[in-house]
Design a protein around this ligand. Structure first.
Ligand code: URP
Ligand code: ZN
Ligand code: ZN
Length: 467
């Protein structure tokens, strides 16, 4: 007798939509057939609700050590729990190298932070900030071969940024080793110049964060990074793309045949820079980089999701508590915007928001939703076909969605360790009702059933999608 059958599933993958029963044994999907006569230890009736591949959140910051004295709100336990309740069954957070740190040590430390704490499976990106000869010649090629085949580099943030020459060096190695390079594109010199000007005029409240990081800061850096990628002929992936001009630059490069990929996030669909302009320091809750833009930019982000400019939709969950001396208020309510930790919570709200406002409002198809939130992240980050689809032999990572919900997001319903959500009171019409990770029922009818020791580390292969 097999472990589990999901009856009456309305399955959608990135390419197909069909009705069937799903057979699961020893963590894998073993059959997809109509009206099965097979027997199982457990049966779940999906009642013709949509059953989709578990979401992959390919950009989230969890228990990442910070250099400014701030502490991230979520560790692997609370982050993975929140992700699971939002319909995500794989997370890819960042093992972050600061200058002077050995990459192996950084990865070892991050494994210790994750081990036996995650409700769902996880892979690691690395962040490369020290581009010395040893890292380029030995450490980076070795870890890429060992299952860490994708990493992020920064063009901003004092502790992390690389100059153009370092970027060329790192891209050259990535191209040779076939690693996927994610780029945070913002021009740091422009940000620091603009910040000084604002501070001289006493303009230091949260809303000025977006004045210091206008859209041209992002589009300039994006354009430059594309040029660097062309010089060494290495593909790159722009993360958290926020605005029209940058989207146009990326689309133009793609149409010229350059291997340029892009990701966007909920904050660029559902928030604007006006959210930063709130009294009593409340605007700090919305500070992230790049900042949310305008309603017009949001329309361009929707278009980019639909027309293939974006391959991935991630949360960029980087959560700091609001009322906390290690969070948004760590330097007091009167601190300059430049001293407020950057980032927003979003692991649990990413999929319900995109499903509600994208699929149910006919802005994107259901197949596109699966492609952006599960299949492409698996393909790009070397986890496919184990993850990212519903197929015989794939891990049984499945979500049964309830699409007849009418409720408002409220922080007290969420499972992260954050004292606010930027989406408070926003209506949603979908919930991840039942969430299955490698055949184990993690959430059933919105109730937790499994333990946090279930999640396992996933080694990432070289990306067949990118190379
Ligand atoms: O503001 C943000 N997005 N913080 C998280 C770090 C990053 O750059 O992704
Ligand atoms: Zn970033
Ligand atoms: Zn990020």
């Amino acid at each position: 007798m097999i472990d589990l059958i999901i009856k009456n599933a309305h399955v959608a993958t990135a390419t197909d939509t069909f009705k069937c029963d799903i057979g699961i044994d020893k963590e894998k999907i073993i059959f997809l057939e109509k009206n099965t006569k097979q027997k199982s230890k457990e049966i779940i009736d999906a009642n013709n609700n949509f059953v989709l591949p578990g979401g992959i959140d390919a950009h989230c910051h969890i228990d990442q050590p910070m250099k400014d004295g701030s502490v991230m709100a979520d560790n692997f336990e609370t982050g993975s729990l929140s992700a699971a309740f939002g319909g995500t069954t794989t997370i890819i957070p960042f093992a972050c190298q600061y200058k002077g740190e050995n990459l192996r040590e950084v990865i070892k430390d991050y494994h210790q932070r994750a081990e036996n704490k995650s409700y769902i499976d996880y892979a690691f990106h690395t962040i490369i900030s020290d581009v010395n000869k040893k890292v380029l010649g030995q450490e980076l090629p070795a870890i890429i071969k060992d299952g860490y085949s994708h990493f992020k580099i920064y063009m901003t943030y004092e502790d992390l940024k690389l100059n153009d020459k370092d970027i060329l060096n790192v891209l050259e190695v990535a191209g040779k080793e076939k690693a996927v390079v994610m780029i945070h594109a913002e021009n740091d010199d422009c940000i620091s110049w603009l910040t000084e000007k604002l501070e001289e005029k006493g303009k230091t409240g949260p809303k000025y964060h977006s004045f210091a990081r206008p859209d041209v800061v992002e589009s300039e850096a994006t354009n430059r990074a594309i040029s660097l990628s062309r010089i060494v002929n290495t593909p790159i992936l722009f993360v958290h793309v926020s605005e029209k001009e940058t989207i146009d630059i990326i689309r133009n490069a793609q149409s010229r045949g350059f291997k340029i990929l892009a990701e966007t996030c909920p904050q660029y669909l559902f928030l604007t820079k006006d959210d930063l302009d709130k009294d009593d320091f409340e605007g700090a809750k919305f500070i992230c980089s790049p900042p949310p833009r305008t309603v017009e930019d949001q329309q361009h982000v929707w278009r980019g999701l639909n027309n293939g400019t974006f391959q991935i939709f991630s949360s960029d969950h980087a959560a700091f508590r609001f009322d906390d001396d290690k969070g948004k208020m760590m330097n007091g309510k009167n601190s300059s915007f430049k001293k407020i930790p950057n980032g927003l919570p979003g692991l649990e709200t990413r999929l319900p928001l995109l499903f509600t406002y994208g699929v149910l409002k006919n802005k994107i198809s259901l197949n596109k939703f699966v492609e952006l939130t599960s299949t492409n992240p698996a393909k790009i980050y070397g986890l496919y076909p184990r993850k990212g689809t519903i197929a015989i032999g794939s891990d049984a990572d499945l979500v049964i969605w309830n699409t007849k919900v009418k409720k408002k997001i409220t922080n007290k319903d969420l499972h992260h360790n954050v004292d606010y959500t930027p989406y408070e009171d926003k209506e949603i019409n979908t919930l991840a009702n039942t969430v299955i990770s490698r055949g184990t029922i993690v959430v059933k009818d919105q109730k937790l059933l499994s333990k946090n020791s279930h999640g396992k580390f996933l080694k990432s292969e070289i990306s067949g999608f990118v190379y």
